[in-house]
Design a binder for this molecule. Structure first.
Ligand SMILES: O=C(O)CCC(=O)C(=O)O
Length: 204
């Protein structure tokens, strides 16, 4: 796991926030639910790119259309691709961009591995914006480390860390949340995480 803390400056974070507002308009946030038991996640999500991730009673994985609007996901903003090129320069461009909204201090994301992409030689890159995410990670579920992901931080999971367990324990409110400055476009004191991935559909 590679952490690049506080990499993006305020101007860059504002560009990203504006791109997210545009994505939300085309591709509204939705509440994912667990397969089988239909339990709601503690975050809202949406996507950009050819492939978007969803989870509902029928299963989870990558799909080309928004589960509610049934429209294709919007394209991944160029600026996001530029960030990918800086940190993952040896790889092809991502075709999936998942956006998570953590609305409350109690919003969280359970410990998991990113295993739906089929080719784990490709990295996963995530960008944090807004409130702090308390991020737990490790190879062994019983021996986890904890870091605080502040706004503008980037995480890359590649190589040996590509299949590490990870999750968000909780959200910590900060004094100056960049997302609060966006004219009420985001819930107060929220956190946003953007994850860029390369999904390779299975050819059966
Ligand atoms: O919010 C984060 O920092 C982690 C997001 C994540 O692990 C995921 O969406 O799979």
């Amino acid at each position: 796991m590679k952490f690049f803390f506080n990499q993006l400056n305020i101007e860059e974070q504002l560009i990203i926030s504006n791109e997210i507002i545009k994505i939300f308009k085309e591709s509204p946030l939705f509440l994912p639910k667990t397969p089988r038991f239909n339990r709601p996640f503690k975050i809202l999500i949406t996507n950009a790119g050819k492939w978007g991730w969803k989870s509902d009673i029928n299963g989870y994985g990558y799909v080309t259309k928004h589960p509610i609007t049934k429209k294709k996901w919007p394209v991944i903003p160029k600026f996001f691709l530029e960030i990918w090129k800086c940190y993952c320069r040896d790889y092809s461009l991502p075709n999936s961009c998942l956006i998570n909204l953590y609305k409350y201090p109690s919003s969280s994301l359970g410990l998991h591995q990113d295993k739906d992409e089929n080719n784990f030689n490709n990295p996963v890159l995530s960008i944090s914006l807004g409130s702090i995410g308390v991020f737990k990670y490790g190879k062994d579920k019983n021996n986890l480390r904890k870091v605080y992901l502040e706004s503008g931080s980037i995480v890359v999971m590649d190589g040996d860390s590509r299949l590490d367990y990870h999750g968000i324990e909780k959200i910590i409110k900060i004094k100056k949340n960049i997302l609060n400055e966006m004219k009420e476009k985001f819930p107060l004191d929220c956190r946003i995480n953007i994850t860029l991935r390369i999904y390779e559909p299975r050819i059966d």
